[in-house]
Design a protein around this ligand. Sequence first.
Ligand code: PLP
Length: 489
Amino acid sequence: MSVLAFKLSQEVNGVSKIHGRVSQEMFNKLYPGYFPDEIHVGYVTNGVHYPTWTSKSWQQLYKKEFGEEFLNDQSNTEYWQRIFNVPDETIWKLRLKQKQQLIDYLRSRLTDDMTRRNDNPKLIFKLMDAFNPNALTIGFARRFATYKRAHLLFTNLERLSILVNNSKMPVQFVFAGKAHPNDKAGQDLIKRIIEISKMPEFIGKITFVENYDIELAKYLIRGVDIWLNTPTRPLEASGTSGEKAVMNGVVNFSVLDGWWAEGYKPEAGWALKEEQTYESQDFQNELDAETIYTTFEDEIIPIYYEKDASGVPVKWISYVKNTIAKIAPEFTMKRQLDDYYSKFYNKMFVRSTLITDDNFMLARNIAAWKRKVLRSWDSIEIIEVNLPDSTQKPLSLGENFKAEIVVHLNELSGVELGIEVLFGQKINDEVKKPLFIIEMTSEKRENGIIIFKCDIAANTAGVFDYAFRMYPKNKDLPHRQDFNLVKWI
Ligand SMILES: *Cc1c(COP(=O)(O)O)cnc(C)c1O
């Protein structure tokens, strides 16, 4: 389906900056002759719908503090900045209220689920007692696709038990999710988490809620303190649940992948770095698990429990405020739609008018031109290539790189042609991306002969490889890969 969509669409975009880049690499082979970063794929990072995902309590507070105009201008950071004027205590109380609502909801939903499953009544009562409305609460809820790596947290159960059972600084995790019916690994993982949740040391500390749906998502993303996400890099296209959390003053802890690579700000959440450290995914999983435990132990938990005389965790609230002021405005649906308009929709509107005018005149012309070029592309002859002999004597800085290519158009006489010279540096015997691309000038001669020339000042030191790329030119094409025909010389 993606290939079909690529072939039928003038514009293509990823749903985050990294996803845009990954898509260029994934679909590079549809456009032979081009490098991944030349592929005509942009990106618009997903956002979330404020009225759907922000709790009523937060919406009331925002309305009061940000003013009436805010709703029509949600991506404007000026409004969100005003969260800094709200007393820490107000925010702390709101957060606690939302957590209490989550726990009430979990109690009722889990009692129903567990009774239906014939779970032991003792276990049910124990669990209901164990939930702690004052404990640092961490949410992890999503599809249980393997790339989300829900297992990471369970790499070291001993360490996890110490982490959650500290009586001065208790921690509880709520997991929720669904696995695809054909995803055995995902289902086994859910089974394993449910098993762990029934171990005496983890009752109420690790909880799994079945049948993750929008209602549960709403309670979770506004009720927990930390939203945890641990995807395998770079497979998280965007991830939106963390954006929902942000609007509700919930702090994220996630891999710098998808939206979080753009959203993360220091003192406004925690992050696992973007680059893989190891080539082996097993080693990478181990490293990430260690980093997750350490970040909880050394940073997240102590900051959450560091309270002032009136019982308010001032530093924690500063993380909450930073999250709201510095991250939330960037991930609203308003910002997403603005991006789609400015990057795509306005352009496509103009283009669609242009292409359908006069009974599709432009479309007919382009189609006829493409047919002609395609039919006779191989008749083009390269008659002469004159290159500088840089093997004898390298170019010095200040000297010019001069080249000349003579082409005979044969059957394509009258068609416009372009030749560009690409410079790149080899890594492991391969040029991964061009560093400079410079278009040659052309002079037409008699009988379909064209002379292409370049005269480029050498102003960058180093050893470069170069090559020439020829392509048919038509100012009416929306972009180069709309007609993917090139010949390397
Ligand atoms: C937001 C949401 C998702 C998507 O979450 P990701 O973080 O993008 O994986 C999935 N399911 C439900 C019910 C949601 O509300």
